[in-house]
Ligand binder design. Structure first.
Ligand code: COI
Length: 351
């Protein structure tokens, strides 16, 4: 693999004040597709791409991405969490967006080389990681609406802390009742750029009203809980953990799947099914809504303290992190940081 190292390494940020996605490492991985085939991956300095203003991703959003994380322990050992699942999902997203799939093994090996080069950028404090952002864009300068024949795949890396400014403090979420994120048959289950663009308005409305995020409902009836956009949703009702079933319009979250596997193994009752906001509200009114949390690579396990619905704020578990949320947070971050045994075979060593 061709590797070109930067002549101007950047000054690293203060790892105790990272936030999310604000800093980028010195190098990135790039791989180009043309004439019906992917070229070799290459490691190059992190710098702007040159692309035509007519490039089709800029007009028709034929673009997909992933989010994964790498960790480093005090011995300098680098690991990644469930990275194969990210590449499987990315290839599924590629197929949905009429983009070429790629050889996950080739990309994983190249990513591992990049991580070794960037090892000093991996923060080690609790709650921090090196965020991995694989991305694929259509890159043909043509305005006809059809699948591109030219693509660019790249991976950038960003040292991160918690996704939410207030860390693990329970978030406030507003149910969005007018706009929708995705309909069945659409692209909701693909990790494509357009899903995030169309969901911005819900976040803006929620922020204006003093909430952190919005909760999307299904497109057909505006009745069933879907997801938050940056997280999948879970509710604990009368001791049972319920998460919306993957009906086609919801992102099949890797952390969501990790939560389900951990909960089942540890004897919790888990239901993957459609759950309406009315059911959540009734459970709240009858004192049976014990906990709620979101899951995601960036968000990890984020407690939800308040859900705004029909002009009323439902305060969940007194606005505090509940015991099942805490159990999952500790177990999953414990496995990621290798302070808990890797009982599900989710961790891969890089060096
Ligand atoms: C992730 O959790 O990795 C995501 O991609 C969600 C968000 C940051 C866009």
């Amino acid at each position: 693999m061709k590797i070109t190292l930067t002549k101007q390494p950047k000054q690293k940020p203060d790892f105790s004040k990272l936030g999310f996605g604000k800093y980028f490492t010195d190098h990135m991985l790039v791989m180009d597709y043309k004439d019906g085939a992917w070229g070799e991956p290459e490691i190059v300095p992190f710098e702007p791409f040159e692309m035509s203003p007519a490039s089709n991703v800029l007009h028709y959003a034929q673009g997909i991405f992933e989010g994964a994380k790498a960790y480093k322990n005090e011995k300098g050992e680098i690991t990644v969490f469930r990275i194969d699942d990210n590449f499987i999902r990315m290839n599924n997203s590629a197929t949905r967006l009429c983009m070429p799939t790629f050889d996950a093994k080739v990309v994983k090996d190249a990513l591992f080389e990049l991580l070794k080069i960037e090892k000093d950028w991996i923060p080690t404090a609790k709650g921090t990681a090196l965020y991995i952002r694989p991305t694929m864009i259509a890159n043909q300068p043509v305005l006809g609406v059809h699948a591109s024949h030219v693509y660019k795949f790249f991976i950038i890396l960003s040292p991160v802390g918690s996704y939410y400014a207030n860390g693990l403090e329970p978030t406030k979420i507003l149910v969005e009742e007018k706009y929708v994120r995705a309909a069945i048959g659409g692209t909701g289950e693909a990790k494509c750029m357009g899903n995030y663009a169309c969901s911005l308005i819900g976040g803006e409305i929620a922020n204006q009203k003093g909430y952190d995020q919005c909760l999307w409902l299904d497109a057909a009836e505006h009745k069933y809980v879907e997801e938050v956009g940056s997280m999948n949703m879970f509710f604990v009702i009368d001791g049972v953990v319920i998460t919306p079933a993957l009906v086609g319009s919801i992102l099949p979250g890797i952390t969501r799947n990790s939560c389900i596997q951990v909960l089942k193994k540890y004897g919790y009752k888990v239901e993957e099914r459609r759950i309406s906001m009315d059911e959540v509200y009734d459970a709240y009114k009858s004192g049976k809504l014990n906990e709620s949390f979101g899951s995601g690579t960036a968000a990890v396990i984020s407690p939800v303290g308040t859900i705004g619905y029909h002009g009323e704020d439902m305060l969940i578990n007194n606005g505090e992190m509940g015991p099942i949320t805490k159990f999952l947070y500790d177990k999953i971050t414990g496995i990621q940081n290798r302070v808990e045994p890797d009982e599900f075979n989710w961790v891969t060593k890089v060096n």
